[in-house]
Design a protein around this ligand. Structure first.
Ligand code: SIN
Ligand code: CO
Length: 390
């Protein structure tokens, strides 16, 4: 089992964080992720931003605002080297979904294990030279801003809402007035700042600076309803005839009472055991889906090579650029990967995948009773990766 120290101050327990800070107020965690120090240099990120598979944005800011012209310019990937020619002094490049490129970095999510895995969205990195920023703004999600290289000054201000007005005609959401500044500190490599949704923030690079945003998400009911429809479409048991609408004096009218009766019929279905199964499946499919395309790894080894690597001390771990999770009821455990239910797993496979989804590092000894070719398939699907470092 992995033993990454949790990214919290020693004086705050996960329970205290969840009740007092999560979604409510910011928290500075000095040296919350010391593992980040030295993991990446600015050139690594600049190189990655040019990769054709990267989701990247280049944001530049002119020194002064000209009338009728936006002060900020945004270019989206694919980015080319020429995009980086003749940049103004102030610019930032952002790369999303770093999990895809670095399982070692993705493992750092384990330091945030007090946040359920399904609420993780992605790790984004920003590179900016001195003076670079993405402006004053707020986000709709919780984020842990982790300093990886250089220093960034963070200021936090007012709590915003949907009415907060953004500067007009700029390609990104920005505002001028952060209200009263409630936090103003320079973060060093390894430091982490938790920022709840809608809290205004402004991060200014003090020198060449890499900041890693561990972003969270909250899937919404629209997604669940959408997924319910998908699940229901494939379930012939749900071809339940709708109650007949009541006859009306006017042949063109569908009476409100008829709609009420059908609503009652539908809620009874959703509240039945069958309905609970469908809802469970729909929710699990939504929350196990990643918003980014999952890159299936190129084949790098065969089953024998995997076993040899494990015999030499490597471990198998969940690959956080995929999403593996499970749900447990009286009937047993159901596993999901990347929005799909995994059917046909036996008890041993289920138990191993459950442990992997909970962050376990599995060794060769843990493979007893499982067909190694099946584990190889999990590797090929990208659900897990092999870490040679241990
Ligand atoms: C940054 O890293 O510069 C921006 C991250 C954020 O504000 O969410
Ligand atoms: Co932000």
């Amino acid at each position: 089992m992995s033993a990454l120290k949790l990214c919290l101050p020693d004086s705050i327990t996960p329970e205290q964080f969840l009740s007092d800070y999560w979604q409510k107020k910011p928290l500075l965690i000095k040296q919350g992720l010391p593992q980040l120090i030295g993991m990446f240099e600015p050139d690594d990120i600049l190189g990655l931003a040019l990769d054709e598979d990267a989701t990247a944005r280049l944001l530049t800011q002119s020194a002064t605002k000209q009338a009728d012209e936006p002060q900020w310019q945004l270019r989206k990937s694919p980015l080319a080297e020429a995009d980086f020619d003749n940049l103004p002094d102030q610019w930032t490049v952002l790369v999303q979904n770093l999990e895809q490129w670095s399982p070692e970095l993705a493992q750092l999510w384990q330091a945030l294990d007090f946040i359920p895995q399904w609420q993780r969205d992605d790790i984004m990195v920003s590179y900016a030279p001195k003076g670079g920023s993405v402006g004053k703004h707020y986000d709709d999600y919780d984020v842990f801003l982790a300093q990886g290289y250089g220093q960034r000054r963070w200021q936090l201000g007012k709590l915003c809402d949907e009415q907060t007005e953004f500067v007009a005609d700029e390609p990104i959401r920005l505002f001028d007035d952060m209200g009263e500044i409630i936090f103003d500190e320079i973060l060093e490599p390894g430091d982490v700042l938790y920022v709840p949704p809608k809290l205004s923030h402004f991060g200014l690079a003090q020198d060449d600076c890499l900041t890693f945003s561990f972003g969270c998400r909250r899937p919404n009911l629209m997604q669940v309803i959408d997924s319910l429809a998908d699940v229901a479409t494939n379930d012939s048991a749900l071809f339940v005839p709708m109650l007949l609408p009541q006859a009306s004096q006017s042949s063109g009218e569908l009476q409100a009472d008829s709609i009420d009766a059908i609503t009652t019929q539908l809620s009874a279905l959703l509240q039945s055991e069958r309905g609970a199964d469908i809802i469970r499946q729909a929710v699990c499919e939504v929350v196990s889906k990643r918003q980014y395309d999952v890159l299936v790894p190129e084949e790098t080894m065969n089953t024998d090579e995997m076993i040899t690597a494990l015999a030499d001390g490597a471990t198998l771990q969940a690959d956080y650029s995929n999403r593996l999770l499970y749900n447990q009821t009286n009937e047993g455990i159901t596993l999901y990967a990347n929005g799909q239910r995994l059917d046909g797993l036996d008890e041993t496979a289920t138990a191993l995948l459950v442990r992997l989804s909970n962050g376990a590092h599995l060794t060769l000894d843990d493979m007893e009773g499982i067909d190694p070719d099946e584990v190889m398939e999990w590797l090929e699907n990208g659900w897990i990766w092999i870490d040679y470092a241990e």
